[in-house]
Write a protein that binds this ligand. Structure first.
Ligand code: ADP
Ligand code: NA
Length: 290
């Protein structure tokens, strides 16, 4: 009944600019804002907001203590976030006045997570717990291998993915969560259709069209419509959906209910500007009665 999330922690550094920067140009930003980001951190916040226990396994540099403090404020167990010599992972996000953006990512400390570090964190884990991971971090295969050996429920939010890494972990997974584009890329990259993947539960999110759940044991393939809302900012919808889904599965909820909760949280998320800092909590979800 605890989610151990091996995931990235990023500083999202936003800069408003008159236009996207050109080669050789020096440009002054008109506004700057720093937010907590990274798929890993977003999902840990979503799991905590969904009222499940979550232990984040990750790394930051000395410049990332604020990010760890913020995760702690949101209810994430941060004891297994280590401080390393590399800088904290970050994204430089330029947003032009016409709304176009350009993003530069540096994985930094996210790539300094080691097998031993994961093993330390997982000594606390039992069969009743869930191991969640994404692709923005090092030692994913080692982490999934250890979690699977401990009998944990293993869930991979495979985005953005590296086909070879995904192939190596597929046999260890209980569930795979991807958006439509990632699902297509995965099938193409490894030359196997979704229905033939060696994973029991495959969840494909379809944005405003909801999501699809493939149960490869029974062969059932169901689509669940999204909750109709007027979107203002779709960033973070997928991470919010996945965090809620995993929190619910970890508490023993059946898949249909977990999907329903994920879709309610995802729908609220697209009505809000921002990422980790605006993920709805369970009370927001209940009050919205979507
Ligand atoms: P990602 O952000 O990873 O691309 P999606 O866009 O597929 O993920 O969104 C994840 C989930 O969030 C969807 O399955 C859906 O439940 C919800 N969602 C996303 N966009 C909308 C929308 N426009 N209206 C209602 N729900 C949405
Ligand atoms: Na949003």
């Amino acid at each position: 009944m605890t989610v151990f999330n091996l995931g990235s922690i990023n500083a999202d550094l936003f800069y408003d600019v008159p236009h996207l920067i050109a080669p050789g140009e020096t440009l002054a930003a008109t506004r700057h804002f720093r937010g907590l980001g990274g798929k890993g951190a977003n999902m840990s916040v979503a799991v905590a907001r969904a009222a499940s226990r979550v232990v984040h396994i990750g790394a930051v540099g000395a410049d990332g203590r604020w990010a760890v403090d913020r995760l702690l404020e949101y209810g994430v167990d941060t004891r297994h976030i280590v401080e390393v010599d590399d800088p904290t992972g970050h994204a430089i996000i330029m947003v032009a006045s016409d709304g176009e953006n350009a993003i530069l990512i540096h994985p930094g400390a996210n790539h300094a997570v080691t097998e031993t570090h994961i093993a330390d964190a997982l000594t606390e884990a039992t069969e009743a717990d869930t191991f969640l991971f994404q692709n923005e971090i090092s030692s994913q295969v080692a982490g999934a291998t250890q979690a699977s050996a401990r009998g944990m429920r293993v869930v991979y939010a495979a985005a953005p993915f590296d086909a070879q890494a995904v192939k190596a972990v597929l046999p260890l997974l209980d569930a795979l969560v991807m958006n439509e584009v990632e699902a297509r890329q995965l099938s193409d990259a490894i030359g196997v259709s979704l229905t033939d993947l060696p994973v029991r539960d495959i969840i494909v999110t379809l944005g405003a069209d909801g999501c699809r759940w493939l149960n490869t044991d029974t062969g059932e393939d169901q689509t669940f419509p999204a909750i109709p809302v007027t979107p203002v900012d779709t960033t973070g919808a997928g991470d919010t959906f996945t965090g809620y889904l995993v929190a619910a599965l970890d508490r023993g909820m059946p898949m249909e209910q977990a999907i329903s909760l994920g879709q309610q949280a995802g729908a609220i998320m697209v009505t809000r500007h921002g990422t980790a800092d605006v993920i709805p909590d369970l009370k927001d979800v209940q009050d919205a009665r979507l």
